[in-house]
Ligand binder design. Structure first.
Ligand code: ZN
Length: 670
């Protein structure tokens, strides 16, 4: 067999194996037995071993490859990954339908699917080959988890057939663990004395965060594709049709998908799955209702948080009964005081629950919740379950009423409750509980992303008076840190480096990190885009905010109140002097290099090579050091080396530094 014949043979085998993978992992209808399959696979492996330069990343033998990663790259989503509005109320589903029909001025067709409780991911294909996969992250930026996603057998590394409109598509889906895979995984962890996962979704999320793809491959992850964020081409005007086409093209699309021509049909679907979902192999917590036509979606548009053309309906939560042992009171970073129920641990929808929120003093009184009561707890969409009522029939007379504390349990100052508010607050700006909360929020991943500034260290630093406000985080030194208990020199240095690096975070993250009440990531994004600088925001009046869509009165008042405080203004001034970004730098990165491999040769004039490589990564590409058949582009500086000749020989596209810069500027075409 010569090389040309070998290549043909390899191509045939790959096609054959891909087809069988699809029938086995996606359709669940294998066409051949395991033995025959193994023979095909082995034949391919042997041939590839003999002709290693014919190995390509989309070969079925290459699913699990590569070395463990040091960390995940961050990528920017080409279309924001928003979460959907969700509701437990059938009335709100009706309201949604009314709104949609009113805005479109006609009847609509909905696409309805089950809502699988998993982890959302985005997959990018180039020329029908899987190139890049990412987590949702904060909706704007996600982690590049391509290597981990490749291990999921139902994910096609190459599409089965060529469809020009689908070849360069982005699809989104849900990675999940089946109920069985979850039980098996926990059983195995129990044997090894490792902590158990609370539920299948946590287990899937934890698995995707592993840096070693070989470990991921053993966990049994699976995935469903449910979303195509952009109309792929003129042929596909219905989202449903697009998914069906993807389904025949190798993808495992979300099962039981349906087009509903009326709201009645939607409710039939809701009823059908209310109990039937328990028999499915995967966890389903509701369903998703979307307007089907891409064009109509475009007309409906988005709110600041979610698309106007979709809503998730969640089945009402499950409940459990357990005994209330005590009530403790927590102080949040905004000074809000929340009573928390400490419970006799009980299993609820697959998770052990030991704490539940009681919201506030009025709620406790209204529900007449007493210590030692048997209480009904419920888990809704929130992470923390809540106490919804008391089983009064089980009272024995030993129950005691709870007295809400008058003083802050942390700093001892008197608590304050404003007439129009339900919550008690600690208004002591130097209250350690608030400082701790503020620092943890500031250091969190979505904000300044400071690694190593965790709960116990922040506790120590605040309690010992070393850090009294956000800006003092930047005064920490490795020497001071190394004095702390359990802190080695190495981790102290790492933390200092991470603090230093956080100074580069864009204004949007800094603003969010300040922890102004009611300013979440979305609001922060909008404020930064609209005002551009902290000075403009701090001077803005009510009418300035009211002009901005997505910024309501509550947010506006919050900001105005925040800047009234001299202490807050001082902290910002200090942070500004330290060098944090308080001005918006407009740089919209796009992922136009997604899946592309670039190599540099020669001396670049305008930037260091490391910076050029960072630019490539920022736009989704992969810088490599050597030219091979996998190279998409060679960027050629002055005095190029041997890579130039090799690229020429292999027919790799070569561009100059100037063209490279132009490409970065234009976000695509050189
Ligand atoms: Zn306090």
């Amino acid at each position: 067999m010569n090389k040309r014949e070998a290549k043909q043979h390899i191509d045939r085998l790959r096609k054959e194996i891909n087809k069988h993978n699809y029938h086995y992992y996606v359709l669940n209808q294998p066409l051949i037995g395991d033995y025959e399959y193994d023979q095909l696979y082995k034949k391919l492996q042997d041939l590839e071993n003999k002709y290693p330069d014919l190995i390509s990343p989309e070969s079925p033998t290459q699913r699990i490859g590569g070395q463990p990663l040091a960390g995940f790259k961050t990528i920017e989503h080409s279309v924001r990954m928003l979460s959907l509005d969700n509701t437990y109320s059938e009335q709100e589903v009706r309201d949604f339908d009314t709104r949609v029909r009113k805005q479109l001025g006609k009847r609509v067709v909905y696409e309805v699917t089950l809502k699988v409780d998993g982890v959302a991911v985005a997959l990018h294909y180039r020329d029908s080959v899987f190139k890049l996969g990412a987590t949702r992250g904060d909706g704007v930026h996600g982690d590049d988890i391509t290597q981990n996603l490749r291990t999921i057998r139902s994910l096609p590394l190459r599409m089965l057939s060529k469809d020009r409109e689908l070849a360069n598509i982005e699809v989104r889906g849900e990675v999940f663990l089946s109920k069985k895979a979850f039980t098996d995984l926990n059983r195995q962890r129990e044997k090894q004395g490792m902590p158990l996962f609370a539920n299948p979704r946590n287990a899937a999320a934890g698995t995707l965060k592993l840096l070693d793809a070989r470990e991921v491959a053993h966990r049994g992850l699976d995935m469903f594709i449910h979303t195509v964020p952009r109309q792929p081409g003129p042929h596909y005007h219905s989202h449903y049709d697009t998914l069906v086409a993807l389904g025949t093209n190798g993808f495992k699309i979300i099962p039981h998908i349906m087009q509903c021509k009326s709201l009645d049909e939607v409710f039939q679907y809701i009823d059908k799955w209310r109990n039937a979902r328990e028999a499915l192999e995967y966890a389903v917590d509701g369903l998703v209702i979307k307007v089907d036509e891409f064009k109509e979606r475009e007309r409906l548009g988005y709110t600041i948080k979610s698309p106007r053309w979709a809503i998730a309906y969640k089945y009402p939560a499950r409940q459990a009964v357990t005994q209330l042992q005590s009530i403790s009171v927590q102080v949040g970073r905004t000074g809000r005081v929340t009573p928390v129920a400490n419970l006799d641990p009980v299993l609820l929808s697959g998770t052990t629950v030991a704490h539940a929120t009681l919201h506030n003093e009025d709620e406790i009184r209204r529900k007449d919740i007493r210590l030692n009561d048997y209480v009904i707890i419920e888990k809704g969409g929130e992470i923390i379950p809540k106490v919804v009522g008391v089983v009064k029939e089980r009272r024995t007379g030993k129950e005691k009423k709870f007295k809400f504390p008058k003083k802050c349990p942390v700093c001892g100052e008197g608590l304050v409750r404003l007439p129009e508010e339900a919550d008690w607050r600690c208004v002591n700006k130097s209250c350690p509980a608030q400082i701790k909360g503020a620092i943890l929020h500031f250091a969190s991943r979505q904000a300044m992303d400071i690694h190593g500034l965790g709960y116990s260290l922040v506790n120590t630093l605040v309690d010992s008076g070393i850090v009294k406000s956000l800006d003092e985080v930047y005064r920490l030194t490795a020497a001071v840190l190394a004095d702390q208990e359990r802190m080695g020199t190495k981790s102290a240095q790492n933390l200092i480096a991470s603090i230093e690096k956080s100074k580069e975070k864009p204004f949007e993250k800094v603003l969010y990190g300040l922890g102004i009440p009611n300013i979440g990531m979305n609001a922060s994004h909008v404020l930064v885009e609209s005002f551009g600088s902290i000075d403009k925001i701090s001077q803005a009046k009510h009418e300035d905010f009211s002009r901005i869509s997505g910024i309501g009165d509550i947010i506006a008042q919050s900001i105005i109140d925040y800047f009234k405080s001299k202490k807050n203004r001082q902290v910002i001034e200090n942070l500004r002097r330290i060098g944090l970004n308080f001005v918006h730098k407009k740089s919209r990165t796009t992922l136009f290099l997604a899946g592309k491999t670039l190599v540099f040769t020669g001396e670049l004039e305008s930037m260091k090579r490391a910076d050029a490589q960072a630019e490539v990564r920022k736009h989704g590409g992969q810088p490599a050091s050597a030219v091979s058949k996998q190279t998409d582009l060679l960027v050629c500086g002055a005095n190029p080396g041997s890579k130039y000749n090799k690229a020429k020989k292999l027919g790799v596209r070569i561009i100059s530094e100037k063209e490279f810069l132009k490409m970065l500027k234009k976000g695509g075409k050189a």
